[in-house]
Write a protein that binds this ligand. Structure first.
Ligand code: DAH
Length: 359
């Protein structure tokens, strides 16, 4: 019996030492000590022995069982330690490696331009107002003195939405002017707002995109006159283009919602094929404006005998293209990262910080 047990022990200890993974060691354990294991089977045999034999055999078996269990446990610890060491080696972080370059985002020229426009008018005391992209006929047209058969409706290449509101189809707003109506309907004069926002017209070429941006302006109070309109817009053009004595000209024009109406041109030169803003013999149109039409004031419940004001509207893409030399309007919306890296702006405008962080 003891010889048998010694052989069994030798074999199990050899298998334990030979096991080179936790899984194979577990198989050795199950074969020896599991429910159907070799040692377990011998333990079960004790019951059939006479008391004397059972006593000595039992003691010997217990010793065997304990020795084997201890050997397996020790091997288990060795293997677990080795596995951990291997993982630690494998997953070692090389702190000397240079950091991976991080993609730095850029501010889109449209956002930048709107921010610049807001900053300039903000200095003059304007606040920002906003309105919905989906408009009804009243706000986009009728209240702005553009009745149903008015030819100006055709010029707007309107996108109509399915469904009706008040007997009319709803539209994607064709300009930011409806926010004039909304603001005058909700607030009492004096008013001094600018309205940056998306606008939509069914048009697509190098200078038109079906979605584009405008900034609207509106001033209403009791004493505002054409001189204020001119002073305000001349100041804006000079500040935006950064040319202190930029020539600015007001040319009579027509808009249904203003009377009188004007278009604003800035001086430029196209000599020798190169385009430059500033002094020159040429003019370039950049925005529309005028004194708010009395009918528009009345449509918003404002007494036109007491109040008056001026309004203007400018195309954001247009003035961004002019200032930053962008040739094709469609590129604003193509989401080409190379384009954005070139024409975009750093998010941090504090020069010392940008310099400090980006040597
Ligand atoms: N809404 C006009 C357009 O989209 C632009 C405009 C012109 C707005 C004159 C105004 C304005 O407020 O007074 O073409």
């Amino acid at each position: 019996m003891q010889d048998d047990l010694d052989t069994i022990k030798t074999r199990i200890l050899a298998a334990t030492a030979a096991a080179n993974s936790l899984e194979s060691l577990e198989r050795v354990r199950v074969e020896a000590l599991g429910r159907k294991g070799r040692i377990t089977a011998l333990m079960k045999g004790l019951g059939a022995m006479d008391p004397e034999t059972r006593k000595s055999a039992g003691a010997a078996l217990n010793v065997l069982k304990d020795d084997v269990a201890a050997a397996i446990e020790a091997r288990q610890e060795d293997l677990a330690g080795a596995t951990l060491d291997a993982r630690l080696m494998e997953e070692k972080v090389d702190v000397t490696l240079p950091v991976r370059a991080e993609g730095r985002g850029r501010v889109h020229p449209i956002t930048q331009t709107i921010d610049e426009v807001i900053a300039i008018f903000g200095e003059m005391g304007f606040t920002v107002a906003e309105g919905p992209d989906i408009e009804d006929d009243w706000h986009n047209f009728t209240a702005l003195n553009i009745p149903p058969e008015h030819p100006a409706r055709q010029e707007h290449d309107t996108f109509y939405l399915p469904g009706m509101a008040g007997g009319h189809r709803r539209v994607l707003r064709t300009h930011t002017s409806p926010v004039q109506i909304r603001t005058m309907g909700e607030q009492k004069p004096p008013l001094r707002i600018i309205v940056p926002g998306r606008t939509y017209r069914c048009d697509y070429d190098a200078t038109h995109s079906p979605m584009f941006h405008q900034v609207e302006g509106l001033v209403v109070d009791e004493t505002t006159h054409m001189g204020h309109l001119k002073g305000c817009l001349i100041e804006f053009c000079r500040a935006y283009f950064g040319v202190e004595d930029l020539p600015v000209r007001f040319r009579p024009s027509y808009f249904p919602f203003t009377e009188p109406s004007a278009e604003v041109d800035i001086g430029c030169t196209r000599a020798g094929g190169a385009f430059r803003i500033g002094h020159g013999d040429d003019w370039l149109e950049i925005l529309g404006c005028g004194m708010v039409h009395p009918k528009v004031l009345e449509n918003c419940g404002i007494d036109a005998a007491r109040y008056q004001g001026f309004a203007f509207g400018l195309g954001v893409e247009r003035i961004a293209m002019l200032k930053y030399g962008i040739g094709d309007l469609r590129t604003f919306f193509e989401s080409d990262l190379r384009w954005l890296r070139h024409y975009g702006f750093p998010a941090l405008h504090i020069p010392s910080m940008v310099g400090g962080l980006n040597p």
